[in-house]
Design a protein around this ligand. Structure first.
Ligand code: NCD
Length: 318
């Protein structure tokens, strides 16, 4: 354990500032937790609260599982019945948590980069709380990205030269943004497919857009994204959306599954819309890593939380 390179960070809000060797160290650490490894006992209780202002099943519960496995004390927070509904700002809510003795907050929020106000403080501001980003609007989803990297690494043992296609509603996906950035940096070749109206020229810097059936036989990873209906208000393509024709054009069906490389995998951050992005009966198929991603998520989130515990010297860790 001593020769492991342990990561220490004051906050974990984005993958943008992570160095490649920190990504590798976090994967190694998550694998250590997966094999049953643990952190040294905390010297005092460390309090964490999970503040999810957008819906979540897996990310929320996965963070809570990771927190409990690390021995952290989880303080419940229910946004639906909080003073946010009386107009309290996220900064002031964080001040409350901090004043009550909460050390870390895991936040999901619809506003892009909501965390800037909580971590880039002006001189007079006293907030002192670790922020872990569980998804900011259309911005980043660092924990999903890191568990995706762990899952790819577990299957292929490397990133260099791997061909990864990101398919679907890319414009509205924070998972896609985090993943395309980090995958490119780690040496994978990124490709894109899906409806062209949900593709933006901004993604050209990371990879090439191609037709799905051209991509399928040459990809190592097919990363499918959910159509983000809840983010489509005012989007004329939402009205035209038809699940059956989406599946025909951009979904993985049995024919496309059979055309994939022998060792290739399918990934999906969840929640999956059966028979839209993926045939319902392929969700638990051999190539599909959907369940594996969720399993790995707990261990990767343990590694991410540990990095912030160390970065803030909490509970005797550093
Ligand atoms: C993703 C999200 O919330 O961005 N879900 C998740 O955390 N696994 C993707 C999605 O909702 O489609």
């Amino acid at each position: 354990m001593k020769n492991l390179n342990l990561v220490a960070l004051p906050h974990f809000v984005s993958v943008e500032n992570l160095k490649n060797d920190e990504v590798e160290a976090l994967i190694e650490r998550a694998e250590y937790f997966k094999k049953g490894g643990a952190i040294p006992g905390l010297t005092r209780p460390v309090y964490v609260t999970n503040m999810f202002f957008e819906d979540s099943s897996r990310t929320h519960t996965s963070f809570e599982m990771a927190e409990r496995k690390l021995g952290l004390t989880v303080i419940p927070f229910d946004p639906a019945h909080s003073s946010v509904n009386k107009g309290e700002t996220l900064y002031d809510t964080s001040l409350v948590m901090n004043a009550l003795g909460v050390d870390l907050e895991v936040i999901r929020h619809s506003q892009n980069e909501y965390y800037e106000d909580l971590i880039n403080l002006k001189e007079h501001q006293k907030l002192n709380i670790g922020v872990i980003n569980a998804g900011d609007g259309l911005g980043q989803h660092p924990s999903q990205c890191m568990l995706d990297m762990m899952t790819i690494h577990e299957h292929f043992d490397h990133f260099k030269g791997l061909k990864v296609a990101i398919v679907g509603d890319i414009t509205n996906s924070r998972v896609a943004k985090s993943d395309m950035e980090l995958l490119t940096r780690l040496g994978a070749e990124v490709y894109f497919s899906g409806p062209e109206y949900w593709y933006s020229k901004d993604f050209d810097q990371y990879g090439k857009y191609e037709e799905l059936d051209k991509l399928i036989p040459k990809m190592d990873v097919m990363m499918l994204l959910r159509v983000q209906h809840e983010r489509h208000s005012g989007d004329p393509n939402e009205k035209k959306f038809d699940a059956h024709s989406y599946h025909e054009k951009y979904g993985i069906n049995h024919k496309r599954y059979e055309a994939m490389k022998k060792d290739a995998i399918i990934m999906h951050p969840g929640p999956i819309n059966h028979n839209v992005e993926l045939s319902g009966d392929l969700v638990e198929s051999d190539k599909c890593m959907f369940v594996r991603q969720m399993e790995n998520g707990v261990f990767m989130r343990m590694a991410m939380l540990e990095a912030v515990l160390r970065g803030r010297k909490l509970g005797g860790l550093e």
